[in-house]
Write a protein that binds this ligand. Structure first.
Ligand code: NAD
Length: 248
């Protein structure tokens, strides 16, 4: 008996990092996992690695129609959903003076609008007892250098999630926020941290984090599993998983 036996879980941005680690753990725990991402070949490779019949659906969360297409596909294939993890996100660090309108729109289109319309499209499929997890960030509540735009795009999620927890209460759907601190994922490369820079970057981060190191995607996956499966009386909370960085 596993904690997600017979459950259907969708994880956006499930082809790398925290999303992929969560998809792997959910699949091991018995869930039928559907992962999304932007590149079909990366999704296919991730689905194969995750195993347990994981399915990849390609599309851009910034596109309104993608969420409807995903909902239709999942309805036809699996009938309903038990866990929806809105996890896809981007980060581009720069001081506010350097932010262009296009940087601004991209962050809000993916990190904020993508989450909102994802929940709008998928929530009608979520069965009673199911739940939604939104991946936000420590940056939504802690001031970090050059994080202003990213922090703003993530901060809206806490308000969305608290309101959804009440909107969906009659349907017995819980809604929680998972906020990682610095975690070793592909997002670091996208931030411009090269392989050569990585040891120095990690040592710098280790000094800022009471745990003395960055988080691992598998540790975030364990926290997501708690919210998805074990935390049946946990609703409307922000679970910060940051090795204690919020305390510094
Ligand atoms: P990652 O880059 O490995 O994963 C991001 C995922 O989002 C990828 O699968 C990517 O394909 C997907 N994605 C990005 N833009 C998309 C789009 N337009 N449409 C569809 N999919 C898209 O990084 P990660 O660290 O695993 O990030 C997962 C989440 O965790 C993100 O929301 C990120 O903001 C958040 N987060 C990460 C950290 C960290 O230090 N790694 C810290 C705080 C929050």
């Amino acid at each position: 008996m596993h904690s997600l036996d017979g459950k259907v879980a969708i994880i956006t941005g499930g082809n790398s990092g925290i999303g992929k680690a969560t998809a792997s753990l959910f699949a091991k725990e018995g869930a039928q996992v559907i992962i999304t991402g932007r590149r079909q070949e990366v999704l296919d490779a991730a689905a194969e690695e995750i195993g347990h019949g994981a399915v990849g659906v390609c599309g851009d969360v910034a596109q309104y129609d993608f969420h409807q297409r995903l909902a239709d596909k999942v309805r036809k294939m699996f009938g309903g959903v038990d866990v929806y993890m809105a996890n896809a996100g981007i980060i581009n660090l720069e001081g506010s003076a350097a932010v262009s309108v296009s940087d601004y729109d991209k962050h809000f289109a993916i990190n904020t609008r993508g989450v909102f319309f994802g929940v709008q499209a998928i929530s009608p499929l979520i069965r009673a007892g199911g739940n939604i997890i939104v991946t936000s960030s420590l940056a939504a509540t802690k001031v970090l250098p050059q994080h202003t735009l990213y922090a703003g795009s993530k901060a809206a999620m806490a308000a969305f999630a608290r309101n959804w927890a009440i909107e969906f209460k009659e349907r017995k759907i819980r809604v929680n926020i998972l906020s990682p601190g610095p975690t070793e994922t592909e997002i670091l490369g996208k931030l411009g941290v090269t392989d050569a820079d990585r040891p120095g970057f990690e040592a710098h981060m280790a000094n800022l984090i009471p745990a003395g190191r960055m988080g691992r995607p598998e540790e975030l996956a364990e926290a997501a599993l708690f919210l998805a499966a074990k935390g049946t009386f946990v609703n409307g909370v922000e679970l910060i998983v940051d090795g204690g960085m919020s305390l510094t």
